[in-house]
Unconditional design. Structure first.
Length: 166
């Protein structure tokens, strides 16, 4: 057992720490651009103004920043309902689903776990909050905006020689 209390089943292990991103990058916004996303889950909530809204958790699938998450809030009552309806309609188009439907919990469930393309922007932080990513536009199947997200960095090829062997 090591001094940190970690038990290894054998001495055969290797972690390339140079390939691990620094933790501080985990919370910085992703660069603006086109990404493939999937909605993982949704939850009905109440806004500070007392209006019903839906919180949706999205996960990035690629081309970079895989598994990063972002959240969007869709107001179901009040002044922002028209904006919500436009966004939901664009999202359904991006999924290739019919937009000639009544939007309800069943229609939202149909949208979960289906990948789509979206243009992500960086929204400046306010009231002490940091900058964050938001969905700027839902892209129809087969289209993209002019701003591509950075590609995932390729892993460096493994070299059997250890640094001290060189």
């Amino acid at each position: 057992m090591s001094s940190q209390g970690v038990k290894f089943m054998s001495d055969d292990f290797e972690i390339m720490l140079g390939e691990v991103p620094d933790q501080e990058d985990d919370f910085k916004p992703m660069p603006a651009g086109d990404y493939e996303l999937v909605a993982n889950k949704w939850e009905k909530r109440t806004s500070k103004a007392g209006n019903a809204m839906v919180e949706i958790e999205f996960q990035v699938l690629g081309p970079s920043h895989s598994n990063r998450k972002l959240w969007e809030y869709f107001t179901l009552e009040g002044n922002a309902v028209t904006v919500t309806a436009r966004k939901i309609k664009a999202w359904r188009k991006a999924l290739g689903l019919s937009t000639d439907v009544s939007f309800n919990a069943s229609a939202l469930d149909e949208m979960i776990n289906n990948p789509f393309q979206a243009k992500i922007k960086i929204e400046p932080g306010t009231n002490g909050y940091e900058d964050s990513n938001k969905i700027q536009d839902y892209l129809a199947k087969g289209s993209s905006s002019s701003e591509e997200a950075p590609a995932a960095k390729p892993l460096q090829e493994e070299d059997d020689a250890m640094p001290w062997d060189k």
